[in-house]
Design a protein around this ligand. Structure first.
Ligand SMILES: O=C(O)c1c[nH]c2c(Br)cccc2c1=O
Length: 461
C-alpha cells in the first residue's frame, strides 16, 4: 500500500509538523505507511528534481549512499561534510575515488573528544531548496530496524536576489541556518552559504537549535546548545503557570559523563535551561526530570538483538561513576508506533503534561545527553564550552497556530484520523525500569545469560 501512495502524499499527510520516523523492516505495514519515510523517499524525484546536495553526517557508507539517490541523480554534485581526521579521513576520501561528483569538507574539531554529530541534508532542486534535519547515519543499518527522526522543510523558493536577512521566517530559520553553516569557516561551504541566502525560507515554522565547538562568550553564548534552547523558551515558551510541575523528558541513545552528582550539570544548568518558561528568570526550583534509555533486555529482545547495542555506546567506565543517573531512566516503549523493538537512535526532548495528553514543546536533535553536545558553563558562567557539532529542530505551539500547547499521541490510529496532533515517537506515560531486574544497556560488557532475538549472546572485545 505504501508503495502506491507517492512520497508527496505521505509528505502532505505529515503537515504541518513534517516530522517523520524512518521505516522499519519487519514490523506491520501500517506502521510504515503513515508518517514514516526511507532515505530513498527523501531523495526521490517526488520531492524535487535534484541539481546538487550536501550531506552533513557522522558515519558514511559512500557506495551505499549513492545507491539511495534515484539513478538520474547519482552523478549530481555531492558535498560530504564530516569530522574525520588523519587515516580515517583518507579512508573516507578513498571510498569516493570513483565518484567524480563527490567533494569533501572536513569540519574542524579542535576541542578534545568533539565529534561531528550533525545529520542534515541540503537539497538543491531546479525549483528551489529543501533542508532535512534528522538522526540517522548514512549507513544501511541506521535505516533498517531502528527508531530514527526526520524533519523535512517546505520547498523553499529561490529569490530574485540573495539576502542574508530577506526571506526569513518568524523563527529566524534562515538566519540561524546561515550562522550554523558559517560557523564551520570552511571554504568548501561558501557556495552552499550563498545558496541558502538565495532562498525564501519564510515558510519554516521550526527553530534551529545547533551546537558548534568552542568556548562561546557574550552574545555567542546564547546562540548554541542549552543556552540557545533556554533563550528560545524564555522568548516563545509556555507560561510558568501553564507548565508548573510538568516534567522534562530527555530521550537519547548515548550518555556522557555527568560529573559527580545530579547538581553538577544535569539538574543544574541543563535542566534549568530545558525547564525555562516565557519571560522566565531562572526558576528557584526545577521540575521533575524523566529520562528514556533502553534496558539491556530492551536491546536483547529488539528486532536486531544485541547488535542494536552497537549503536548505543554507553560505556561501563562512564556508567559506574554515575549510578545516580540511572534512577531517572525509563524503558524504551513505542507500542503506538509499532516500534518497541526498533531500538532508538533518535534523540528527543519535550515538556509533557502529567496526563500525557499535551506538550509545551518538542525537540528532535542529534544531541545525546552529554556536556560535549549541549555545552557546559565555565568561568563562573561567562562562557559555554561545547565540543561537538549538533543540530536539531524545536517545535513550539505558537508557530503552529495560535495556541500554547500541542496535543500529543504516539498512537498511529489516532494520529491517522486527526490533524494537528503531534506524533510522539514513544509512548507516554513512560515505563519504569523493573526494580532489581532492569539495568541500562552498556555496550562494552558481556551478556551471556539469555539469548537475543537471533539466539546469540553478546561478548564485546
Ligand atoms: O552520532 C551518532 O550517530 C553516533 C555517534 N557515535 C557512535 C559510536 Br562512538 C558508536 C556507535 C554508534 C555511534 C553513533 O551512531
Amino acid at each position: 500500500i505504501s508503495k502506491s501512495r507517492g512520497v508527496s502524499e505521505l509528505y502532505k499527510h505529515a503537515q504541518p509538523f513534517s516530522f517523520f520516523l524512518t521505516k522499519v523492516a519487519g514490523i506491520a505495514d501500517k506502521y510504515n505507511s503513515t508518517l514514516a519515510l526511507d532515505i530513498k523517499d527523501i531523495l526521490s524525484a517526488d520531492m524535487g528534481n535534484l541539481v546538487a546536495s550536501c550531506q552533513f553526517n557522522y558515519m558514511f557508507d559512500i557506495p551505499w549512499l549513492i545507491q539511495q539517490y534515484p539513478k538520474e541523480f547519482r552523478s549530481k554534485p555531492l558535498l560530504i561534510v564530516h569530522g574525520e581526521q588523519g587515516p580515517s579521513k583518507t579512508e573516507l576520501e578513498a571510498e569516493a575515488i570513483d565518484y567524480k561528483n563527490i567533494r569533501f569538507c572536513q569540519a574542524k574539531l579542535e576541542m578534545m573528544y568533539g565529534t561531528h554529530h550533525t545529520k542534515m541534508m541540503l537539497l538543491q532542486y531546479d525549483t528551489g531548496m529543501r533542508v532535512v534535519i534528522h538522526t540517522s547515519n548514512l549507513i544501511k543499518q541506521d535505516w533498517h530496524q531502528k527508531t530514527q527522526g526526520i524533519w523535512i522543510s517546505p520547498l523553499f523558493p529561490k529569490m530574485a536576489k540573495p539576502s542574508a536577512t530577506e526571506g526569513d521566517s518568524l523563527t529566524y530559520f534562515k538566519k540561524n541556518l546561515l550562522e550554523y553553516v558559517s560557523a564551520y569557516k570552511a571554504y568548501q561551504l561558501k557556495d552552499w552559504i550563498n545558496n541558502i541566502s538565495e532562498h525564501d525560507m519564510s515558510a519554516a515554522r521550526v527553530v534551529i537549535i545547533g551546537s558548534v565547538p568552542g568556548r562561546h562568550t557574550g552574545d555567542q553564548m546564547r546562540s548554541w546548545g542549552h543556552l540557545k534552547l533556554k533563550r528560545v523558551l524564555q522568548q516563545h515558551g509556555p507560561s510558568n503557570t501553564a507548565v508548573t510541575k510538568w516534567p522534562v523528558i530527555g530521550q537519547f541513545s548515548s550518555v556522557g559523563s555527568m560529573g559527580a552528582n545530579k547538581e553538577a550539570w544535569l539538574c543544574g544548568e541543563w535542566l534549568q535551561s530545558l525547564s525555562a518558561v516565557n519571560g522566565g528568570t531562572t526558576l528557584p526550583s526545577v521540575p521533575p526530570l524523566q529520562l528514556v534509555f533502553p534496558t539491556k533486555d530492551n536491546v536483547r529482545c529488539s528486532l536486531e538483538g544485541f547488535p542494536a547495542g552497537g549503536s548505543i555506546p554507553y560505556s561501563i567506565n562512564v556508567a559506574k561513576k554515575q549510578m545516580f543517573l540511572h534512577d531517572f531512566f525509563h524503558q524504551w516503549r513505542s507500542e503506538g508506533q509499532g516500534r518497541s523493538r526498533a531500538m532508538p537512535h533518535i534523540k528527543t526532548y519535550l515538556r509533557p503534561s502529567p496526563d500525557s495528553q499535551k506538550t509545551a514543546w518538542f525537540l528532535v536533535t542529534s544531541a545525546n545527553l552529554s556536556k560535549a553536545a549541549w555545552g557546559a558553563l565555565e568561568k563562573k558562567g561567562t562562557q559555554l564550552m561545547i565540543r561537538s557539532y549538533e543540530i536539531g529542530v524545536l517545535f513550539l505551539p505558537k508557530f503552529f497556530g495560535d495556541k500554547e500547547l500541542f496535543d500529543v499521541s504516539s498512537n498511529l490510529e489516532l494520529l491517522k484520523s486527526s490533524t494537528n496532533v503531534f506524533p510522539l515517537p514513544f509512548d507516554l506515560p513512560l515505563t519504569d525500569y523493573v526494580k532489581g531486574k532492569d539495568r541500562p544497556w552498556l555496550w562494552d560488557i558481556p551478556y551471556m545469560d539469555l539469548p537475543d532475538t537471533n539466539g546469540n549472546i553478546w561478548c564485546p572485545r
